[in-house]
Design a protein around this ligand. Structure first.
Ligand SMILES: *[C@@H]1O[C@H](CO)[C@@H](O)[C@H](O)[C@H]1NC(C)=O
Ligand SMILES: *[C@@H]1O[C@H](CO)[C@@H](O)[C@H](O)[C@H]1NC(C)=O
Ligand SMILES: *[C@@H]1O[C@H](CO)[C@@H](O)[C@H](O)[C@H]1NC(C)=O
Ligand SMILES: *[C@@H]1O[C@H](CO)[C@@H](O)[C@H](O)[C@H]1NC(C)=O
Ligand SMILES: *[C@@H]1O[C@H](CO)[C@@H](O)[C@H](O)[C@H]1NC(C)=O
Ligand SMILES: *[C@@H]1O[C@H](CO)[C@@H](O)[C@H](O)[C@H]1NC(C)=O
Length: 454
């Protein structure tokens, strides 16, 4: 009997994997789920991001001038990803010098530690003597004489879609040459971005960058090196960070986020803040340089972010839906947030209210779009933000039946959100009984039994 049960679990997982996260409340199936999803993710370990297969973050290192004992360089970080952004505390660039280099001065960023500079005599001490320096961004509004072009964004970089100027960071520095005198030896190695999920490759020399200050004269770097960095969900953290709930004007049923979408309240050591209460000062993080661990409002799903999809109205030729994103994390404001939605009707979006929108055309089907906040209005997710959109009822594909009008997939900041099971949604009034989460699980059980034996 036990063996059969385990087999059922296995076939259950293989029939609905990989998005089986809503089974977390059944602890056995949850561990089986993790097992299967780890198999599923093996192919992704090489930094492949299915949402944006060609995306990368490129660190560009420009040697600007070769002085007697020092070099002047400009380091820029370009976010060439369509969707993923770097939120606070943002990037913390690291590398390893090959020899005994030391940073004398820096503009637009600063080294986290000065390190041991005792080998330099006199009052004029270098900015950083670490063998493996870690560089952090300055905050907006840094003193003018410490700034550099494109600097001072508090480590935040938006995706390419959300604004080309906000997707690049840069700083300049002057560093002491290594004892051995050629630039290849002065090009450091082992770069890290300091953001979970990213790994950087080896520096590659590319044709020198050219830039213009006044629009006429072009200045060329002495040498330019690129370091590509790629993201992998597997390396970041396999645990979900958001979930989706559903409702519709034609039904009084609200389908909540699946229980234990992100973790379980009953899990040992689970910390959360009861609704209506505020976290105590002791629970709030002090250090803003480190990413604080999440502290969420207590709920059955325990996710830091919830996305609610409400079908609001039906007109003759159009229908209207409302998307609400709620921040349930007390330690994060999600600046420059974004939302990816997959829905077949997105090809016929007529109007979007209070969010920016761009169709993502990188896939073979264009049913995917990116939503993000309007600058200085709702681009920071403090408590909640919402949009309404008007979609054209395209003859042939549109209908309210079988949950068609609900989203297929939703990603918040590039992380896939846990959806209710595919056959759980608010039913049309005349379509019989309302399927609950429990009965749908039973249905999936029976289904997997069938697939097993036939
Ligand atoms: C990174 O992305 C940019 C822009 O899409 C592209 O030009 C470049 O070749 C990519 N780099 C790598 C190493 O994939
Ligand atoms: C600093 O470096 C010097 C050698 O350059 C070494 O003698 C000294 O012990 C180091 N100090 C510390 C605190 O590591
Ligand atoms: C180092 O390089 C500079 C510039 O190329 C050159 O003028 C200088 O003589 C070199 N020093 C040594 C010790 O090779
Ligand atoms: C979020 O923003 C609000 C308002 O700007 C601020 O009071 C709060 O401290 C911020 N919280 C975090 C965790 O950054
Ligand atoms: C809806 O989208 C389809 C496919 O892209 C297109 O053929 C059709 O003309 C669109 N209808 C409207 C009203 O935009
Ligand atoms: C993508 O959209 C365009 C127009 O918006 C439409 O003509 C085309 O058929 C769509 N492609 C697919 C694969 O649906």
């Amino acid at each position: 009997m036990g063996i059969i049960l385990i087999l059922i679990f296995f076939s259950l997982m293989s029939s609905i994997s990989p998005s089986c996260k809503y089974l977390r409340f059944l602890s056995l199936s949850y561990s089986v789920c993790l097992f299967f999803s780890s198999i599923n993710l093996v192919e992704n370990t090489d930094g492949f991001d299915s949402l944006d297969p060609n995306g990368n973050i490129t660190i560009t290192w420009d040697f600007l001038s070769n002085n007697e004992d020092t070099y002047d360089v400009q380091v820029s970080i370009h976010n060439f990803q369509l969707i993923r952004n770097l939120d606070r505390p943002g990037w913390r660039l690291g590398w390893a010098w090959k020899s005994d280099e030391a940073i004398w001065k820096m503009w637009g960023a600063e080294a986290l530690q000065q390190g041991n500079c005792s080998r330099f005599k006199g009052n004029n001490q270098p900015h950083c003597c670490e063998k493996k320096p870690v560089i952090i961004d300055l905050m907006p509004g840094a003193p003018y004489d410490l700034q550099a072009t494109n600097c001072c964004k508090g480590g935040v970089l938006t995706s390419l879609t959300q604004g080309p100027t906000k997707s690049v960071a840069a700083f300049r520095m002057n560093f002491n040459k290594a004892s051995d005198n050629n630039s290849e030896n002065n090009m450091p190695e082992s770069f890290t971005l300091g953001v979970p999920g990213y790994t950087c490759g080896k520096p590659i020399q590319v044709p020198p960058s050219r830039s213009t200050k006044n629009g006429r004269r072009w200045e060329q770097s002495l040498e330019t090196w690129n370091v590509p960095c790629v993201y992998s969900q597997f390396r970041a953290s396999p645990s979900p960070k958001c979930c989706v709930s559903l409702s519709a004007f034609y039904s009084s049923t609200i389908i909540p986020c699946p229980d234990c979408s992100c973790s379980c309240q009953s899990q040992p050591g689970a910390k959360c803040v009861k609704p209506g209460e505020k976290p105590t000062l002791l629970q709030l993080p002090i250090d803003t340089i480190e990413e604080p661990p999440k502290l969420v409002q207590c709920s059955a799903h325990m996710c830091p972010v919830r996305v609610h999809w409400h079908i609001k109205q039906s007109y003759k030729d159009y229908w209207r839906t409302k998307i609400t994103i709620t921040n349930l994390n007390f330690v994060k404001n999600y600046s420059q947030w974004n939302l990816v939605v997959e829905h077949p009707n997105l090809q016929n979006v007529t109007q979007i209210f209070s969010f920016n929108y761009k169709a993502l055309k990188y896939k073979s089907v264009n049913d995917t779009g990116l939503f993000w906040g309007i600058q200085n209005y709702n681009d920071i997710l403090l408590s909640n933000v919402h949009t309404e959109m008007l979609l054209h009822k395209d003859k042939g594909i549109f209908n309210f039946k079988e949950g068609w009008a609900f989203p297929r997939k939703i990603y918040f900041n590039g992380d896939e959100c846990v959806m209710p099971p595919p056959n759980v949604y608010p039913r049309l009034p005349n379509s019989g009984h309302i399927v609950t989460a429990e009965s749908s699980i039973v249905a999936i059980f029976l289904l997997s039994l069938l697939t097993m034996f036939f």
